[in-house]
Design a protein around this ligand. Structure first.
Ligand SMILES: Cc1cc2nc3c(=O)[nH]c(=O)nc-3n(C[C@H](O)[C@H](O)[C@H](O)COP(=O)(O)O)c2cc1C
Length: 192
């Protein structure tokens, strides 16, 4: 029995009011990852899930750049993260999720579409037993200077991906954040 893990799961795992499928019921965004490498076929499945996301005009305005733990590009991504996001240095993979600013007519969908693609990726990862945490706080300018990202692709979130870390080894400041409550609002649906 892992007491710390049980305590964290108690706070972080969803408690749905109605039945939802397993990946939604299990998913939460941890800050404590294992660097254990992810087999190529799992990584490809996770990215493939994003490819089949619906998008406005079928523009598919998403681009994902990724790097594995230990690689120079991985370390460069870590260096761009806001300090309080540096827990992600232990993830197995970091993914820079970008949108292409593409519009037609009056309405633009690219941020919505990237968010949807990111969520497909997140749920496929969860299905395969991996966890993710999306991070919007990073130094965009530094990222563009230090990595080979197409200038038309706008980095929007960085996604940490990997197995859960061993919670017995978590440092105390992270543990405190992992035990923060995970409130969910109730008044988001209204029958018309
Ligand atoms: C667009 C976006 C940006 C986020 N930025 C950060 C971030 O910079 N740092 C961080 O630790 N978490 C970040 N998160 C994670 C959220 O804080 C987290 O999803 C939220 O607290 C709900 O928790 P849950 O994912 O476990 O349900 C971000 C999530 C999203 C979707």
């Amino acid at each position: 029995m892992n007491n710390i893990r049980d305590k964290i799961f108690k706070v972080r795992k969803p408690k749905p009011n109605f039945p939802v499928f397993k990946e939604i019921k299990e998913r939460f965004s941890p800050r404590h990852f294992s660097s254990e490498s992810i087999p190529e076929k799992d990584l490809q499945s996770i990215l493939e899930a994003a490819r089949w996301t619906p998008s406005g005009f079928n523009f598919q305005p998403w681009y994902f750049y990724w790097a594995k733990h230990g690689e120079a590009s991985f370390n460069k991504i870590v260096a761009c993260l806001a300090k309080y996001n540096r827990y992600a240095k232990n993830a197995a993979v970091l993914i820079v999720a970008c949108y292409l600013k593409k519009s037609q007519g009056k309405k633009s969908y690219y941020r919505h579409d990237l968010g949807a693609a990111a969520m497909s990726l997140v749920l496929q990862a969860q299905h395969l037993g991996y966890y993710t945490r999306q991070m919007g706080e990073f130094n965009n300018r530094k990222l563009l200077v230090s990595l080979a990202i197409d200038k038309e692709h706008h980095p929007f979130v960085i996604i940490a991906l990997g197995r859960l870390g061993d919670y017995e080894m978590i440092d105390s400041s992270l543990l405190k954040r992992e035990l923060d409550p995970r409130p969910r609002k109730k008044d988001f649906v209204k029958k018309l």
